[in-house]
Design a protein around this ligand. Structure first.
Ligand code: NAD
Length: 296
């Protein structure tokens, strides 16, 4: 089956990007969000993508408008999914919100509809029974700024039908993603299973005054040829998110405290990372992008 009619539930940071990218690549997309104010915010997020598509992937205004013409918005879940081939769920990472949504979707969506979760931390078996169709449910996990960072990590539960998995791999390619196929459930998928230990190690080295962020990044960049180091990556993730995740996961760990205290100090000074123009580096021209950075 071709997956042409897509509904994205939740038009936040990631949902708005997933929806627009799918429409940009020719899919007919509906974004569902909870109320009119939320929909106003979703529209703002989608419109803000125009400059990024033009700058980062040289899209023209006509191409961007063409994508917009295939995108619509609603606060009515039943009508949003009435004819959906695929529902991509991108609501907040809160179990109660996700459980409720899947219960509702299970009753409202046609039997043929596939559900895919963009959850960063929950494996699909957590929600599969809520969906009423565990064989047609899996995770498809995108990275922030999906028009550039175009991985789609695809992870089924033990009950996912292999044919559904294959359809999602094909869909991911059709919307311009590089499909990353996981053979079994893994919290953190492939990317975060690799990335989080790197970021934690950077935090440990800085938090314990072993080396400063620029030295740590320089070491990683010179030593491996990577285009940025852990602190350049943290500026993209955003320091608020970094603080909240570290506190959630390592709040009781004494080793994480010096790092948390330093990040808190930066947040209090308004240094939020790339989004505020300053974090570990200054933007739009971060120091690590200067060729001299690696030589000094
Ligand atoms: P967000 O807070 O930016 O957006 C959530 C959206 O869902 C908001 O528009 C909100 O109004 C809406 N919402 C709230 N309750 C809802 C409901 N009951 N039904 C429908 N919509 C509802 O969140 P986000 O950062 O876009 O994250 C969404 C999901 O994507 C999470 O599961 C997260 O793990 C995952 N994710 C996030 C990122 C990221 O970098 N932000 C990356 C990959 C995956």
């Amino acid at each position: 089956m071709n997956l042409e009619r897509v509904t994205v539930a939740g038009g936040g940071v990631l949902g708005s990007q997933i929806a627009y990218q799918s429409a940009f690549k020719g899919k007919t997309v509906i974004i569902y969000d909870i109320n009119d104010e939320a929909i106003e915010q979703v529209k703002k997020r989608v419109n803000a993508l125009r400059d990024q598509y033009k700058h980062d992937i040289q899209a023209t205004d006509e191409q961007f408008d063409d994508g917009l013409s295939r995108l619509s918005f609603t606060t009515d879940l039943a009508s949003a999914v009435a004819d959906a081939d695929l529902v991509i769920e991108a609501v907040p990472e809160s179990p109660s919100i996700k459980h409720d949504l899947y219960h509702n979707l299970s009753a409202m969506a046609p039997e043929r509809t596939i559900f895919a979760s963009n959850s960063s931390t929950f494996v699909p078996s957590v929600y599969m029974e809520d969906t009423g169709r565990p064989d047609r449910f899996l995770n498809m996990h995108f990275a922030n700024q999906i028009w550039m960072n175009n991985t789609a990590e695809i992870m089924g539960s033990p009950k996912t039908d292999p044919d559904v998995f294959a359809q999602i791999v094909r869909f991911a390619r059709e919307i311009g993603m590089v499909p990353i196929e996981l053979k079994k459930e893994q919290p953190g998928y492939v990317l975060n299973t690799l990335l989080i230990p790197l970021l934690n190690a950077g935090g440990y080295l800085w938090g314990n005054d072993i080396a400063d962020p620029h030295t740590i990044d320089k070491t990683w960049m010179v030593g491996t040829g990577a285009p940025m180091g852990p602190f350049g990556i943290l500026d993209v993730v955003g320091l608020r998110t970094c603080y909240n995740i570290t506190k959630d996961q390592s709040g009781d760990n004494p080793q994480a405290q010096p790092f948390l205290a330093k990040v808190k100090e930066m947040l209090d000074e308004g240094k939020l990372g790339r989004e505020s123009g300053e974090g570990f580096y200054h933007y739009p021209n971060p120091e690590f992008a200067d060729p001299g950075f690696l030589k000094s």
